[in-house]
Design a protein around this ligand. Structure first.
Ligand code: ATP
Length: 307
């Protein structure tokens, strides 16, 4: 028998290449149609046996992450334990590189990583469909963090279909903002903005974006990026307008606020262009810091400790 003492899992940040938001439902949530895209900016989480469940967090934005049962990784542990009642305690260590409350779903990613790590540590034997079901109970973006790649999400984002795209790698520049946005606050701002508008009952998938992804042409993808939450995010964080404009002026093929923001993302024509754009953006003083990432990246994957 193999004894596994610790399992480390790497999980990517996500962008939304399209985020179409329907009107609020009776339960307050919004139906979405979104095109998720995982990029190579990763958190790492390690699960080790412990007497009681616990979590410690280090790295980017760690002081803003709860170190108790509210941590999404520990919520995922509880959801998996409901299926494996004999499972012992576990300590989760999170090394964050994905900024917190930045519209990059880092918390959901940590939850997905915890599911994968504990499934391995406890020899749970759950396959991808079962893990995806448990993930959907933990949060809307968790199932996508398991899957990775590029995928269409519906419902609250948890009903996923992989988008079969050519092997194109896209080169992104991420501009991290000096500040945060709360996802519920951005949705509330959108509802206020839309109070006097006619909102389509059902959000729809953008055919132009899907055809651009099928063609693998970054120029077309750049032109088709869209986010219904962007006006709401900009109303709460007006400085982002300058960030978006600066990136476009510096030659990005497309620019948008990621999810509920405030991270702004820019598509570059090549790895070299992304390097130039990142350097120029960091010199322009329109954001706190800049990173480069490529996508699609794989979903949550064990990097050490597998049996
Ligand atoms: P969303 O997934 O709603 O778009 P986001 O990507 O903007 O959110 P996250 O970094 O996922 O932001 O964090 C959202 C909130 O979740 C934060 O306020 C944070 O305190 C809380 N949170 C709980 N667990 C975690 C975790 N492991 N990592 C990051 N944030 C966490």
């Amino acid at each position: 028998m193999t004894i596994v003492t610790g399992v480390t899992v790497r999980v990517p940040a996500k962008l939304n290449l399209q985020l179409a938001v329907g009107p609020p439902r009776a339960d307050g949530y919004h139906d979405l149609v979104t095109v998720f895209h995982a990029v190579s900016l990763f958190d790492e989480i390690t699960a080790e046996p412990a007497r009681r469940d616990g979590v410690s967090v280090s790295g980017e934005g760690a002081d803003r992450v709860p170190a108790d049962g509210d941590n999404l990784a520990l919520r995922a542990v509880s959801a998996l334990r409901a299926e494996v009642p004999s499972a012992p305690g576990v300590h989760i260590t999170i090394a964050k590189r994905i900024p917190v409350a930045a519209g990059l779903a880092g918390g959901s990613g940590d939850a997905a990583a915890a599911l994968v790590a504990c499934n391995e540590l406890w020899a749970g034997g759950f396959g991808p469909p079962q893990l995806a079901e448990i993930a959907a109970r933990v949060g809307s973006d968790v199932a996508f963090a398991l899957l990775g790649g590029t995928a269409v999400g519906r419902g609250r984002g948890e009903q996923l279909t992989s988008a079969l795209a050519p092997a194109t790698q896209y080169h992104w520049v991420l501009a991290f903002a000096d500040g945060h946005l709360s996802t519920p606050a951005v949705y509330a701002a959108l509802d206020r903005q839309r109070a006097r508008e006619q909102v389509p009952a059902e959000p729809g998938l953008d055919a132009a974006l899907m055809s651009a992804l099928r063609s693998g042409d970054a120029r077309l993808v750049g032109r088709a990026l869209s986010n219904d939450l962007q006006p709401a995010a900009l109303s709460l964080f007006p400085a982002l307008r300058k960030t978006l404009a600066a990136g476009l002026e510096l030659g990005a093929l497309g620019a948008l606020v990621s999810g509920s923001g405030p991270t702004c993302v820019f598509l570059a024509a090549s790895a070299d262009r992304a390097l130039d754009l990142a350097a120029s953006l960091s010199g322009a003083g329109v954001c706190r810091s800049v990173a480069r990432a490529s996508g699609p990246a794989p979903g949550a994957a064990i990097i050490s400790g597998a049996r």
